[in-house]
Write a protein that binds this ligand. Sequence first.
Ligand SMILES: *[C@@H]1O[C@H](CO)[C@@H](O)[C@H](O)[C@H]1NC(C)=O
Ligand SMILES: *[C@@H]1O[C@H](CO)[C@@H](O)[C@H](O)[C@H]1NC(C)=O
Ligand SMILES: [Zn+2]
Length: 279
Amino acid sequence: MHALLFAFLLGFLKRADASSAERSDHAWGYDGANGPDSWPAICHTGRRQSPIDINPARVAVVNLPQLNFINYDRMGNILLTNNGHTVTTTGYDRWPNPPYIFGGGLDGKYNLVGLHFHWGDYDYQGSEHTFDSLHYPLEAHFVHQKDGLNANQSLLVSNGMAVVSIFFKMGGDGNALRQFEEAFRSSDPYESALNVSNILLTEILPANTLSFYRYDGSLTTPGCNEAVVWTILAEPMSVSEQQLNELREHFSSSERLLHNTRPTQPLNERRVLFRPSMI
Ligand SMILES: *[C@@H]1O[C@H](CO)[C@@H](O)[C@H](O)[C@H]1NC(C)=O
Ligand SMILES: *[C@@H]1O[C@H](CO)[C@@H](O)[C@H](O)[C@H]1NC(C)=O
Ligand SMILES: [Zn+2]
């Protein structure tokens, strides 16, 4: 082989190798070469991927029991981290009375392991799920693991995780996220983390948690594990423009994390259930 061609091919192979190693590590993102189109296999071949559009004309009204939020009214301390994909909070499992949910048609008890946010560049985008094809500016995900399973095991069974999603609309007093404001301001740099004390989760929950949408889906980030029972509360909370702008100041490894929303995925053979307030 011609020496020059050989050197060229070798360089090409090395580059290809480096980029695939990055991709399998922390290099996934929401734009360009690292965007959702490049996410690994199941993200594209799966039949129960998330998020989805909730079409209110096509939901099945069901008589599910109410969903119970236990110890969400106890104050506790958390660690808030900018992991380059979102602002995420952890540490709930170490509270003296750890928060958990049960009921609502779930199979037993699910322990809260994290709360994080999805937002967009503009106020007309940001939420991952859409409602009648429209985005809210912000969506919060309360991530729960099935009691008795560890983090790895919960990703391997079809109902290993239960995520409760809350939409935020613009305006109002911004009280729901007030307790995070200072932390949001301080967590702009990539991988910064800080402890926040006296978090009260009921501040983020709507007054009405009786009414919700339910479907079987996946993680909305790689590896897109099809292990999530989704609950989307029908009543939205509110977020201020200033709070949204603070989220948009966060940095991914080298660029501002202006959005972290996966596009909606096909519903396929799934059905979205709706539990009204009064049944
Ligand atoms: C989960 O799997 C990872 C990688 O295989 C391993 O390092 C970790 O210890 C496991 N965690 C638990 C809780 O089993
Ligand atoms: C948060 O608090 C824990 C426990 O008190 C401590 O070990 C950790 O270093 C703190 N982290 C930060 C980023 O301050
Ligand atoms: Zn999420």
